[in-house]
Design a protein around this ligand. Structure first.
Ligand code: FRU
Length: 907
C-alpha cells in the first residue's frame, strides 16, 4: 500500500509538470527583430504594430532589439539572434551595405529573414516589406508639377546616405521632375533623417539664395525642421513644404498638414504588422511573396481630414484591440493561474483521496489488529482463568488429600490408643484379676475391626483409582441379602432405641451383583445412618421393584447434609461440614463407584435427615462379556469384617462421680471408647465428669473442675476454641488444661499453648504420662495455693498471670472499697464480679486455697496491722476502720492470725 501511494503521488506530480510545461511550450516560435533605432515615432509605431500583431499569434514570441542607429551594434544583435536559432529574423537595416553579410549569415544558418523598410544589397533574404520609395519620390514630384504655375525653385532634403529609402526617394523625385524643365531642384541638402541635421545648412542656404517655392524633405521630421527654418525667416507662407511618413498623432505628418505647416505628406506605412503576419505564415509553412510592397497615399489639405478621421478610427480600433488584447491576456493569465490552481487542487484532492484511502486502510488494519489483539487477550484470559481454575482445583485436591491423610492418621490413632491402653491395663493387672478383662478385650476387638475396615477402605480406594476392580456378578436375591445386612444393625438399634425398619414390595427378586461390593455399599450407607442418627431416632430401608430396576431407599432422622454440599458428598476425601464423626472420607466415594460399576445409580437428598437412593438394574444386559464370564453361580458369603462396630462399647455412668472430696477432672472427648476408658482408669482417684465436646464450655463453668482434659478434634467447637474460652473466663481461667490429641504437629501444639493449654499430650499416649501430668498440674496449683495462703494479706495481682491478675485486681478493689462495711457479704462481692457465689467460692478456693470469707477477713486484718504500725489511731478506731463492729472480736481475730493481740503488736 505504501508503494501504491508513492506511485500515485509520482504520477500526479508528473502530470502536473507535463501540463505546466505544455503551457510554456505554446510560445515555442521565436521571432527576433533587429530595429535600427527607436528615437522617432515612426519606428515606435512600427514596433507597436509588431507587438500588437504578434499578440494575435499566441504561438509566437517576439523579441525586439534596438540597435540605436549603430551599425556594429545591429550586426552583433543579429548574430545573437542567429546563435539563439530564432525561427524568423526580421531586420530593419540602418544602412544597406554594412548589414548585408550578417543577413547572408542568417540565411545560411537556415533562418528565414524578412527585411523591412530599408533594403540590403542583393536578394539574399526571404522577404521584403515596405512601400515603394521610388514611387514616393515620384508622387512628391507629381504634386509639385500639378500645383506649380510656371517656373518653380525646389530644394530637396534627403535622408541618410547609404540607406535605400533616401536613394530611391531621390531617384523617383528627380526622374519625374526631369520632364518639366521649369521645375528645378536648385539645391540638395543631405540630412540624416533628423531635423537637427538640416536646420543649420538650410538656414544658411536660405540666407544666401532666394527663397525656394518648394522644399521636398525625405521625411516629416526633416520637413518640420525646414518649416521651422522658413518661419524663422518669415518665409513659411512662401515656401510649400512636402514631407514623407504621414504619421498619425500630435507631432505626426497628418497633423502638420492639417495645421498648414506642410503642404503634403506622403504616407509611408511602417509595415510592422505585415512583417509579423509574414513571419507567422513562414512558420506555418505557407508560401509568401518575396516583395510585399505597401501602398502609399498623398495626403494634402484636400484629404487630410478624411485621413485623420480614418486614422482616428483605426487608432481607436487599434486601442480597442489592444484593450481586448490586454483583457484577453489577463484572462489567459487568470485562466492559466486558475487552471494551475485547479490542477493543484486536483492533485491535492487526489493526494487527499490517497491519504484518506490510506487512513481508512490504516484504520481498518488497526481495527483488525485490535480485534485480533482483543481475541488473543480474551484467549489469554480464558487460558489464565483455566490455569487458575486448574491450580485452584489442584490446590483443593491437594488440600483434601492432606486433610484426608491427616484425618486418616487420626482415625488410626484413637483405636490404637484404645488398643494399647487396654493391653497396658491387662498387663498391669495381677494374674488373679485377668478373668474380668472383658471390657479391655472388647475394646481391643472392636477397635481392631475398625482399623481393619479403614485399611480395607483404603485398599478398595487404591483399586478403584488404579481401575483394577473387576465386577464378579452373582445372581442374588436382593431382598433377603439386604435384610440380612439390616439385621446386623438390629442390636445397635435396640441399644440406642433407634427405630430400624425394613420394608420390601417383593421377596424373590434376583439381580446380578458383586455381592461383596453391594454388601459394602449397603453396610456403608447403614453405618452412616447410624452414625448420624441420635438416640430414639429412626432409620428406614425400603426396597421397591420396578420393571427394569430395583431401588433401595435409606432414610434416617439424623442431622442430614447441608444442601450446598450434596453434590460434593460423593467426592473422595470429602466430609460434610456438619460431620465431626471419625471418618476416612472415602466411604461414600467407594459406595458410588461400586454402584456405578454395576451401571446402577446412587443419589442423595436431605430434608429431615439424609435419604440415599440406590437403583440397581435387573437382568444381565448391563454386564460385559468378561463380567459374565467371571460370574459366580453361588451366592457369596458376606465378609466377616463387615459386622458393625457398636457405636458405644463402654457403658458410661455419668452420675457415678466417686469420692466427693477427691479432685475433679472434666474430660472433653467425643470418642466414647476413649472417654469411657479414661473414666474407668482415672475414676479410681478422681471425680470424673464427661463431655462429648458439644457442651464442654458449659460443663466446665458449671463444675469448675480442678483439671480439664480436652481433645482438639471435636464437634461444634474445636479444643482450641474451648481452651481459649475457658482461659479467658474469670471463672475458669485458673483451671489447668491438658490437651489430649492425635494432632502431633508442632503448629497445633503451639496453637494449643497459645490458647492457654498447660499440657499437650499426643495420641497414642501413655496412660502413666497422662496420670503424671494430671498430678503435676494439681501439685503446682497446690504449691501456689500454699504460698499465697501463708501470705494471703500480701498477695498482689502481679503474683498471678494476666487473667488471674485482672480477677484479683477487681476482687481486691471491691474488698478495699467495702473494708469499713461490716455488712459486706460474699453474695454482694460475687454480684459485683458478675459471677455466682459458688463460682466465686470455687475460683478463690482454687486460686488461694481459702474461702472468700477467709480472704476478706485476711484483707481486713492485714490493713489493721498496717494501721497499727503506721497510724496514731487507737485499737477501737482501727477495728471500725477495717469493718469490725466489735473491737473485742477484732482483737480475738487478730490474735488468732498473728499470734499477738493488737495492743501488744502496737507497743
Ligand atoms: C524613420 C525614418 C522615416 C523614413 C524612414 C526611411 O527612422 O527616418 O522617417 O521614412 O526612416 O527609412
Amino acid at each position: 500500500m505504501k508503494s501504491l501511494i508513492k506511485f500515485l503521488l509520482f504520477n500526479i506530480f508528473f502530470l502536473l509538470f507535463l501540463s505546466c510545461s505544455q503551457e510554456n511550450n505554446k510560445e515555442k516560435y521565436k521571432i527576433g527583430f533587429s530595429q535600427a533605432m527607436t528615437t522617432d515615432n515612426w519606428r515606435r509605431e512600427m514596433n507597436k504594430e509588431m507587438r500588437v500583431e504578434a499578440s494575435m499569434h499566441p504561438d509566437l514570441n517576439l523579441e525586439i532589439k534596438d540597435a540605436e542607429n549603430h551599425i556594429a551594434k545591429q550586426i552583433t544583435q543579429i548574430e545573437g539572434f542567429i546563435e539563439e536559432k530564432v525561427d524568423v529574423l526580421i531586420v530593419s537595416p540602418i544602412q544597406s551595405i554594412p548589414i548585408t553579410p550578417v543577413i547572408e549569415k542568417a540565411m545560411n544558418a537556415g533562418i528565414p529573414v524578412i527585411i523591412i523598410d530599408r533594403k540590403i544589397e542583393g536578394r539574399n533574404f526571404t522577404a521584403y516589406v515596405g512601400a515603394n520609395n521610388i514611387e514616393i519620390g515620384r508622387n512628391a514630384a507629381k504634386y509639385i508639377i500639378s500645383h506649380s504655375k510656371g517656373e518653380a525653385r525646389i530644394i530637396e532634403i534627403t535622408g541618410q546616405e547609404g540607406s535605400s529609402p533616401a536613394f530611391e526617394r531621390s531617384t523617383g523625385f528627380k526622374n519625374t521632375l526631369d520632364s518639366v524643365p521649369v521645375l528645378q531642384i536648385t539645391h540638395t541638402l543631405r540630412g540624416d533623417w533628423e531635423k537637427a541635421s538640416i536646420k543649420e545648412p538650410l538656414s544658411s542656404l536660405l540666407d544666401s539664395v532666394p527663397a525656394p517655392d518648394y522644399i521636398f524633405a525625405h521625411n516629416d521630421r526633416m520637413a518640420m525642421g525646414a518649416w521651422e527654418v522658413a518661419r524663422s525667416k518669415s518665409l513659411e507662407k512662401e515656401i510649400s513644404i512636402i514631407g514623407v511618413d504621414g504619421l498619425f498623432g500630435p507631432n505626426g505628418g497628418i497633423q502638420m498638414v492639417k495645421d498648414g505647416l506642410l503642404d503634403v505628406t506622403l504616407l509611408y506605412p511602417t509595415g510592422g504588422s505585415e512583417a509579423i503576419k509574414l513571419a507567422s505564415d513562414l512558420i506555418n509553412g505557407e508560401n509568401i511573396d518575396k516583395y510585399n510592397i505597401l501602398r502609399t497615399v498623398v495626403i494634402d489639405s484636400v484629404n487630410v481630414g478624411i485621413m485623420q478621421n480614418q486614422f482616428n478610427k483605426m487608432n481607436q480600433q487599434q486601442n480597442d484591440i489592444e484593450k481586448q488584447q490586454a483583457f484577453i491576456e489577463s484572462q489567459i493569465k487568470t485562466y492559466n493561474s486558475q487552471s494551475n490552481l485547479i490542477k493543484i487542487m486536483i492533485v491535492l484532492s487526489l493526494l487527499l483521496l490517497a491519504l484518506t484511502s490510506w487512513s481508512i486502510y490504516l484504520v481498518i488494519k488497526i481495527k483488525k489488529s485490535k480485534r485480533e489483539l482483543e481475541i488473543n487477550h480474551k484467549k489469554i484470559i480464558i487460558q489464565r482463568n483455566q490455569i487458575e481454575d486448574f491450580a485452584e482445583k489442584l490446590k483443593l485436591s491437594n488440600e483434601s488429600k492432606i486433610n484426608f491423610f491427616t484425618a486418616l492418621s487420626h482415625e488410626f490413632k484413637t483405636p490404637l490408643t484404645l488398643i494399647t491402653s487396654s493391653i497396658e491395663s491387662i498387663s498391669d493387672k495381677p494374674e488373679k484379676d485377668l478373668r474380668g478383662i472383658t471390657n479391655e478385650t472388647n475394646l481391643i476387638i472392636n477397635n481392631s475391626k475398625r482399623l481393619l475396615r479403614l485399611i480395607n477402605e483404603l485398599l478398595d480406594f487404591r483399586k478403584l483409582e488404579s481401575g483394577t476392580f473387576n465386577l464378579k456378578p452373582v445372581r442374588t436375591k436382593i431382598i433377603p441379602f439386604l435384610s440380612s445386612i439390616t439385621e446386623d444393625f438390629r442390636a445397635e438399634a435396640l441399644k440406642r432405641s433407634i427405630n430400624l425398619s425394613f420394608t420390601a414390595n417383593g421377596k424373590d427378586t434376583e439381580i446380578y451383583v458383586d455381592s461383596d461390593m453391594i454388601d459394602k455399599v449397603f453396610f456403608n450407607i447403614l453405618s452412616n445412618a447410624f452414625k448420624f442418627t441420635p438416640k430414639n431416632g429412626s432409620i428406614s430401608i425400603e426396597v421397591k421393584e420396578f420393571e427394569n430396576e430395583v431401588c433401595i431407599y435409606f432414610k434416617d432422622s439424623g442431622i442430614g447434609i447441608p444442601k450446598e454440599e450434596l453434590t460434593k458428598i460423593f467426592n473422595p476425601y470429602s466430609q460434610a461440614s456438619n460431620n465431626s464423626k471419625p471418618s476416612s472420607g472415602l466411604g461414600l466415594y467407594i459406595t458410588k463407584q461400586f454402584v456405578e460399576l454395576h451401571k446402577g445409580k446412587i443419589s442423595v437428598s436431605s430434608h429431615q435427615g439424609a435419604e440415599f437412593k440406590i437403583c440397581l438394574l435387573k437382568g444381565k444386559a448391563h454386564l460385559s462379556e468378561y463380567q459374565l464370564s467371571e460370574m459366580e453361580i453361588e451366592t457369596g458369603a458376606r465378609s466377616e469384617y463387615n459386622l458393625p462396630e457398636p457405636i458405644t462399647s463402654v457403658e458410661l455412668n455419668e452420675e457415678d462421680q466417686g469420692d466427693e472430696h477427691a479432685e475433679s477432672i472434666l474430660i472433653i472427648e467425643d470418642n466414647i471408647d476413649l472417654s469411657g476408658l479414661l473414666k474407668s482408669r482415672l475414676g479410681k482417684e478422681y471425680r470424673i465428669f464427661l463431655s462429648d465436646g458439644s457442651d464442654g464450655v458449659d460443663k466446665a463453668l458449671e463444675i469448675i473442675p480442678d483439671v480439664i482434659i480436652c481433645d482438639l478434634n471435636l464437634p461444634d467447637k474445636t479444643g482450641f476454641e474451648i481452651c481459649r474460652i475457658l482461659k479467658n473466663d474469670l471463672r475458669t481461667s485458673h483451671i489447668p488444661t491438658i490437651i489430649l490429641t492425635a494432632l502431633s504437629d508442632p503448629e497445633s501444639e503451639i496453637k494449643a499453648l497459645r490458647s492457654g493449654a498447660d499440657y499437650y499430650i499426643t495420641k497414642p499416649f501413655s496412660f502413666d504420662i497422662l496420670m503424671e501430668s494430671i498430678k503435676s498440674a494439681l501439685y503446682n496449683r497446690e504449691k501456689l495455693r500454699y504460698y499465697y495462703t501463708n501470705k494471703i494479706d500480701q498477695v498482689s495481682e502481679e503474683d498471678f498471670d494476666s487473667s488471674e491478675q485482672s480477677f484479683l485486681k477487681e476482687l481486691n478493689s471491691y474488698i478495699e472499697a467495702n473494708l469499713r462495711n461490716p455488712e459486706f457479704s460474699v453474695e454482694e462481692l460475687a454480684a459485683n464480679l458478675g459471677i455466682s457465689r459458688v463460682q466465686l467460692y470455687r475460683k478463690v478456693k482454687a486460686l488461694l486455697g481459702i474461702s472468700v470469707n477467709e480472704y476478706i477477713n485476711a484483707q481486713r486484718l492485714g490493713k489493721a496491722r498496717n494501721l497499727l504500725q503506721d497510724s496514731s489511731m487507737n485499737i477501737s478506731e482501727i477495728a471500725y476502720e477495717v469493718g469490725y463492729s466489735s473491737p473485742g472480736y477484732f482483737s480475738t481475730s487478730f490474735k488468732n492470725k498473728y499470734g499477738v493481740s493488737p495492743k501488744h503488736f502496737k507497743s
